[in-house]
Design a protein around this ligand. Structure first.
Ligand SMILES: Nc1nc2c(ncn2[C@@H]2O[C@H](COP(=O)(O)OP(=O)(O)OP(=O)(O)O)[C@@H](O)[C@H]2O)c(=O)[nH]1
Ligand SMILES: [Mg+2]
Ligand SMILES: [Zn+2]
Length: 292
């Protein structure tokens, strides 16, 4: 048997890239369906290559380092959250994406694209996320600004790009990976609306490995997320959290809350804090209604 990585899956056929960059088209063994296990893009797999007339078989999925449900992908190691001066940054979405990455044990980085238009947006984003434990890079798909720096962060991990429509994810992917992707236009019309990337595929170039995937832009938080767990995904809170009077503390209005105190003193970014409260409301509501 050989080892490889699923590059894409379409209509029951999987394209798998082996460790010497050869590609194999395989069918999945029946047992996957029986076990309710779906091979996903990014999966490391064992397979029997094609021999003669018989096509190859995908035999085994190796343990996953991360698993996303929406979009369904495996082993993503880095989520690059793309923002830009326009469209106006949706930082609540950025915070949700950061939370999603953190829940999955996926590293995150923020790329502020279109920085050829000026660095104000980058400066603001950098300040807001200064305590969030993620690198913030100014980039431009148009001029190439910052792409070496971004490449260095991406190297050696399976990366994906996430963010609002129109921030330039496809433009960045095209530039970084040297492929032609539809950028800024409608490539296909489907009944649900417009969408440029329709299915997930892995792209490879110069030690970079990127998953081009639709669907990292609209995000629901997982229903099983407990309110008490939310603050653990905010590195900004870590220095104060142990000092709250009540444990566990949700850091909203509890008396003697050290995180609230730090917010009042301006040690925690007010925007991040306000959006944390918003997310906490969502998480609490979902948690209450989880059995409905
Ligand atoms: N000025 C400037 N414009 C850019 C840059 N990158 C992308 N754009 C423009 O921004 C628009 C959107 O770019 P896309 O790459 O399609 O954005 P996207 O994030 O892939 O959007 P969706 O596929 O809808 O999610 C296009 O008109 C691009 O030409 C950049 O670095 N600078
Ligand atoms: Mg796109
Ligand atoms: Zn507290």
């Amino acid at each position: 048997m050989m080892q490889g990585e699923i590059r894409e899956g379409r209509g029951g056929l999987y394209t798998v890239r082996d460790d010497s960059a050869q590609e194999h088209v395989l069918r999945a063994k029946k047992k996957f369906r029986r076990d309710g296990l779906t091979p996903l893009p990014g999966d490391r797999v064992l397979f029997t290559p094609r021999s003669g007339e018989e096509h190859g078989w995908l035999e085994e999925i190796l343990p996953r380092s991360s698993l996303c449900v929406r979009p369904p992908v495996a082993n993503v190691g880095l989520m690059v959250i793309v923002l830009a001066p326009e469209p106006v940054p949706d930082l609540l979405l950025a915070d949700k994406l950061l939370l999603t990455a953190s829940l999955q044990g996926i590293e995150a980085a923020i790329a502020v694209n279109k920085s050829d238009m000026g660095l104000d947006c980058f400066e603001q984003v950098k300040e807001t996320y200064a305590g969030a434990g993620v690198p913030v890079v100014a980039v431009s798909a148009q001029t190439g600004l910052g792409l070496d720096e971004l490449s260095d962060i991406m190297r050696g991990k399976l990366s994906c790009f996430a963010g609002q429509s129109g921030v330039g994810k496809s433009a960045l992917l095209s530039r970084l990976m040297g492929v032609e992707l539809v950028s800024g236009q409608i490539s296909e019309k489907i009944s649900r609306g417009r969408q440029t990337t329709r299915h997930t595929t892995l792209l490879y170039r110069d030690g970079l490995k990127v998953m081009d995937t639709p669907g990292f832009s609209l995000l629901d938080l997982p229903r099983e997320l407990e309110p008490e767990e939310l603050p653990r995904h905010y590195p900004e809170f870590a220095p104060y959290a142990g000092a709250c009077r009540f444990q566990p503390c949700l850091h909203i209005t509890e008396p003697g809350c050290a995180v609230c105190q730090a917010q009042r003193e301006g040690s925690i970014d007010p925007g991040r804090a306000a959006r944390y409260r918003e997310l906490m409301e969502i998480v609490k509501t979902q948690w209450r209604e989880r059995y409905d």
